[in-house]
Design a protein around this ligand. Sequence first.
Ligand code: FMN
Length: 369
Amino acid sequence: MTETPAPDEAVDGAPLIAPPLISRGWLDVLEQEANAALPPHIREYVATTAGSAARAAQHLAEWDAVSFAPRTLLGERSLALETSVLGRRVASPVLIAPMAQQVGAHPAGERATATAAASLGTVVGVSTNTAVPFGEIRATGADWWFQVYPLAERATTARLVERAAVAGASAIILTVDTTALLVSAPGIEPTEWPEGPERERLVNLTPDELVALGGRPTVAATLDDIAWLSEVSGGLPVVVKGVLRGDDAARAVDAGAAAVIVSTHGGRRSGASITSLSALPSVVAAVGDRAEVYIDSGVRSGGHVLAALALGARAVFVGRPVMWGLATAGAAGVERVLRGLDAELALALSQSGATSLATLATELDVSLG
Ligand SMILES: Cc1cc2nc3c(=O)[nH]c(=O)nc-3n(C[C@H](O)[C@H](O)[C@H](O)COP(=O)(O)O)c2cc1C
């Protein structure tokens, strides 16, 4: 029987980077465990995409098809994952994407997700539709960014953003892609869900504000919202989420965005959409060093994170894997996902031969598929 080496033992003469908890396919196993634990309507809600299953699989496979020529002879190398986003230190470039209906995955919802973010020193995005009061997010000590869907009532949007800022949100994420999901199984629409805590949303509005919103809660974002959100939040940086084109990214930055997230909303925007990975190079080129560029949608391994950073992204957001961790073990499950991705990233960084995370983009030439 082969013994698992201790974490500090050398393998093939190189330091062992990945702790023993990481094994090939661990995230697939976690997804299966989460699917077994979740009620069918939540499972469907988390998994669903705008296009066909075949298309979704093809989009995910694109991440695995990235390749590069590993470097050698670069001398001393650092495997540190620490970096900064919007000028604030984070322990790793793996950040948590804002996701609604987290109490459907676990009763503690974003309380658990934010607790994991705080303990590992990363950023957590919190959805407009969260069912957890802002004060409880603040109490976890996490660095949290508030995700805004502009509401039909502008004054209500302003009050919501002010409340988030008072509760310590350190940035505003403005989501500019709207999702209109096809229902792939009966009972999937949150409004048709069985009674339960997961039906709660927009809890940071007062009952009167909720009534005033009526049946049309959100409206499409505009370019002017960027400066307006910065103003009503008391000067917080605004991150524009959901761009897939260099020209849109440049317009957002010209209008005051501090960063953009290249995203297909996890494949939920449109089945016919290009992937965020294929859009990344043109967005990085259009934005240059005027703003930070992040990416999400399909990041499932440390190797994917490495690819994103080598293509010029400063950080990645992870969605569903966090939901799987949450569903299986609350905050501990989310921590496990983040630790797993970080360990894989350190391993991928070591294997790439690049000298450090910060110099990856200049040292590695990456080809997509
Ligand atoms: C269940 C679920 C709920 C989501 N809710 C929101 C949301 O409220 N606001 C938002 O901007 N994005 C939302 N997203 C999109 C995520 O922020 C992110 O873009 C996406 O999940 C990343 O793709 P991945 O799941 O493949 O990692 C949601 C995604 C999922 C899966």
